[in-house]
Design a protein. Structure first.
Length: 282
């Protein structure tokens, strides 16, 4: 099976302007397709911007709303799949969501962030209830998480056990925590033996200062593609052959002893519901 060529769009777009962000996505999709990519991954809440405050209800859309139809059209025109973050309205609730649309314009998966971080997200979003959401693209099993979700090793391991080969993680990682992109994400890829496409926002957005440093991390613990601090489109490959070889050489999934891990689901520490000014939101 050939590698899945994957493009990572590191950008914060234009805060509060869905039309401008759709135009930026269209332009990036053209560049990604020209580079041979079959998949383009965007940051968390890319369609609206992250620092949208009280505009969340106004900008939220259903999973099959007008923006989804616009993205489907550009997928067909450029011949590649697109994964983008957006605020999803579902009845009376709003979710921090990400949707994957295939090269033929068909919806492949929609994921709602399960681990919300900070007072902003807890005020406006309802956490999702499905920990593992997957789809198939060109024979590769793709899984979806969002930002803070990937910082819990249990989430990534659940995907690995469900057969995920490439995990897409749109994010909004801020200063002063670049070590998540630099160290945590490659370790997650290695310990659970899969690829992780971690795609961040960049620059100043309202009170937030995003770190950039998007990456495609491989199951061997190496970073196959890495962005810098600014606006950038980087391309890398998720290679099923390398994944199979790495899983054979590093048999963490095979050597697990689940009977020893019961305490992981029986204990729970108090959840922090506030954080000091300037702390990270992701």
């Amino acid at each position: 099976m050939p590698p899945l060529r994957t493009a990572l769009l590191q950008s914060s777009g234009r805060t509060g302007s869905v039309d401008a962000n759709l135009a930026a996505l269209d332009e990036a999709a053209g560049r990604a397709a020209a580079a041979g990519a079959r998949l383009l991954v965007c940051p968390e809440l890319f369609l609206t911007g992250y620092a949208i405050g009280d505009a969340v209800p106004e900008l939220a859309e259903p999973a099959d709303g007008p923006s989804a139809r616009a993205v489907a059209d550009l997928c067909v025109r450029h011949g590649l799949a697109v994964h983008y973050g957006y605020p999803e309205r579902s009845g009376d609730t709003i979710h921090n969501a990400a949707k994957l649309i295939g090269p033929d314009g068909a919806p492949l998966a929609n994921y709602r962030k399960t681990h919300l971080f900070g007072s902003f997200e807890e005020k406006w979003f309802t956490p999702g209830e499905d920990p593992v959401v997957q789809a198939e693209l060109d024979g590769v099993r793709i899984g979806l998480l969002i930002c803070y979700d990937v910082e819990f090793p249990e989430n990534v391991r659940a995907h690995a056990l469900a057969g995920t080969e490439l995990l897409l993680v749109p994010t909004a990682l801020m200063h002063p925590f670049p070590f998540v992109a630099e160290a945590v994400v490659p370790v997650r890829a290695f310990e659970s033996q899969l690829y992780i496409a971690y795609v961040n926002r960049t620059g100043q957005e309202g009170e937030f200062d995003f770190t950039g440093l998007s990456c495609l991390a491989g199951p061997d613990g190496t970073v196959r593609a890495r962005a810098g601090r600014g606006e950038e489109l980087v391309v890398g490959e998720a290679d099923p052959g390398l994944l199979a070889a790495s899983r054979a050489a590093n048999p963490y999934l095979r050597d697990r002893v689940p009977g020893l891990y019961g305490s992981l689901v029986r204990s729970r520490t108090p959840r922090r519901t506030s954080f000091p000014p300037g702390a990270r939101t992701s």
